[in-house]
Design a protein around this ligand. Structure first.
Ligand SMILES: Nc1nc2c(ncn2[C@@H]2O[C@H](COP(=O)(O)OP(=O)(O)OP(=O)(O)O)[C@@H](O)[C@H]2O)c(=O)[nH]1
Length: 205
């Protein structure tokens, strides 16, 4: 068992079933789990160490439950987050409405949190373009408005998943460098998070 410093607290938000857990699985373990869908209960935490140039950055990723039943709990997990990956399913327009809800919340309550919009399941569009329910250009306009980055990903094929998390870490490094120049601080530390590795990955203790 060991404590580990986390440089960037990242929170995954979005309607249930949009694919938040699958994104984290693809990024951290490079796998796509098939089988019956299991909804997240509460939230799950995983840390990932990565490189940005010659720097090592540790992302602490909180994967929240999308079910509205857990909405109050998700608020606990985005507190103090430096980055939020707000997910919607490219084949489900209601999930984009839910994404906008989370964006409003973050804008009102977490000013310092950089937002990344993530349209998921792009492989389903490769199979059949008619399945798209959320227009790319509409979301791009929205993203420009709220100063968010936009990615369309597939956890099944891996499309743009590494790029998304890499961008989160790169932005952290840029902001940290800027804050060093201006005398601020960008390093955050999650309070008393101790975790151990097991065959299942990293688990909270
Ligand atoms: N085809 C395809 N299916 C996906 C993709 N990502 C997730 N899924 C499927 O979508 C379903 C929901 O995925 P999850 O990752 O569990 O969704 P979630 O957002 O974490 O759900 P909650 O825990 O309820 O909030 C599962 O059946 C996944 O296999 C993807 O990129 N492509």
């Amino acid at each position: 068992m060991s404590g580990q410093r986390v440089d960037v607290k990242v929170v995954m938000l979005g309607k249930e079933y949009v694919g938040k857990t699958s994104l984290v699985e693809r990024y951290v373990h490079n796998r796509f789990l098939v089988g019956p869908y299991q909804n997240t209960i509460g939230a799950a935490f995983v840390a990932k160490v990565m490189s940005v140039g010659d720097r090592t950055v540790t992302l602490g990723i909180w994967d929240t439950a999308g079910s509205e039943r857990y909405e109050a709990m998700s608020r606990i997990y985005y507190r103090g987050a430096k980055a939020a990956i707000v997910c919607y399913d490219l084949t489900d327009s209601s999930s984009f409405e839910r994404a906008k809800f989370w964006v409003k919340e973050l804008q009102n309550l977490e000013e310092g949190c950089q937002i990344y919009l993530c349209g998921t399941k792009s492989d389903l569009l490769e199979e059949d373009r008619r399945r798209r329910r959320v227009d790319f250009h509409d979301v791009q306009d929205y993203a420009d408005n709220i100063k968010a980055q936009l990615f369309e990903t597939s956890s099944k094929t891996g499309q743009s998943v590494d790029e998304l998390f890499q961008k989160v870490a790169e932005d952290y490094v840029s902001v940290a460098a800027f804050q060093v120049m201006t005398g601020g601080t960008a390093r955050t530390r999650l309070p008393a998070i101790v975790f151990s590795r097991s065959d299942q990955g990293v688990q909270l203790q």
